[in-house]
Design a protein around this ligand. Sequence first.
Ligand code: NAD
Length: 447
Amino acid sequence: MKISVFGVGYVGLVTGACLADAGHEVMCMDIDPDKIARLQKGEVPIYEPGLDDVVTRNVAAGRLFFTTEPSKAVEFGVLQFIAVGTPPDEDGSADLQYVLNVARLVGQHMTSYKVLIDKSTVPVGTADKVRDAVAAVLAERFPSEADRPAFDVCSNPEFLKEGAAIEDFSKGARIVVGTGSERVRELMSECYAPYNRIRNKLMFMDVRAAELTKYAANSMLATKISFMNEVANLAERLDVDIEQVRQGIGSDPRIGYHFIYPGCGYGGSCFPKDVQALTRTASEVGYDAELLKAVEAVNLRQKQTLFTKLSNALDGDLKGRTIAVWGLSFKPETDDMRDAPSRVLMEALWKAGATVRGYDPVAEDECHRIYGQRDDLQLVDDRMDALKGADALVICTEWTEFRSVDFAAVKAALRFPVIVDGRNVFDPKAVKDAGLMYYGVGRADSL
Ligand code: NAD
């Protein structure tokens, strides 16, 4: 099949590369000329494990193409995937300007039947807006209705996780498609046939149900995290080790172990904005989504927790101090720092007059891109270098390499023996045995 994808961010590039890997011919279009130039040279502009290989292989095979020209992309595929950003607007609702821009581009250039596929996370009712946007442009281009090319709009939300995006795209639990059209059903079945061999993962449903499914899924996962953080905060005050409680409840299959790790809050480009957007959708239809508001409020408070613990450990005196921060990305295996808890910590430290000495296996460039060069931000390439002469260590991201650490060496490098473990990666006893003070999340003596 010939397929076009608009947006080469985490979702668009993974979608395009994986569909090409499955044998389709794919044209990816982005308005960012730098990203496209890098991709045309064989460079992948984001860090996503395994993506380089898939992109390189499919470019070489002549199945994956990149362009900045909308007309080329619109002409190329029958299926037109929209995978552009939907960042939060000022009021928390999803900003649909990029999605609707693509819809208008398709309307401007299409000369034959197209299916516009909302892969971006978009609120209920967006497919209608996309349809209206295309129809308005076509009405201008073709005064006579009979001359206008036909099109359909469907919803196909993406459930991939950064860090495991290729695996999730190709082996995900389900492929949700919202459409009422038999023609779209057939085309989408053909598109996803390579991923649908072992068992039928395609779930066809109403367009609005598909749109809500994505928000419901992310909000459910965010709820689990905030719930666990709430219990962890309580555990700290009750002198209970939350890790024992986590195992106690996770063993119940009705609860499960996923997404019940206590920590310094959820971040990334999806959970925060999607919980906010669903809350906003609720208020637009006159419903007060109290639970969703609480999920967000608990998370915002949780992101402050590292600073509070650190400040308590250093007697409230952070001015002039240097704090080592291990892990800058919002989670392991990605360089994405959107809404990362590390940012809340770093910004609070800077406000308090401290210097950040940061280490992250892959997010160094992204951190400089966001904050530029500043005297109170030093990024180093080795985790132990971050500690030399620093006053304390804070863990913001649970990169696997942080799981085995020589605590004696950490103690020798730090000026004060303080570790604030925002992801509970360390065994408190091992840390304390090395003569360090340990502050985790929901663990004894961690307040
Ligand atoms: P991103 O910010 O990484 O990439 C978006 C890309 O779209 C950018 O490269 C931008 O230049 C491009 N773009 C903007 N306007 C364009 C236009 N008119 N034509 C072509 N390209 C254009 O975004 P992302 O993280 O890939 O997310 C995309 C969507 O997928 C969002 O709605 C997001 O909520 C959703 N989503 C993201 C993830 C994730 O893990 N990142 C997972 C599931 C769903």
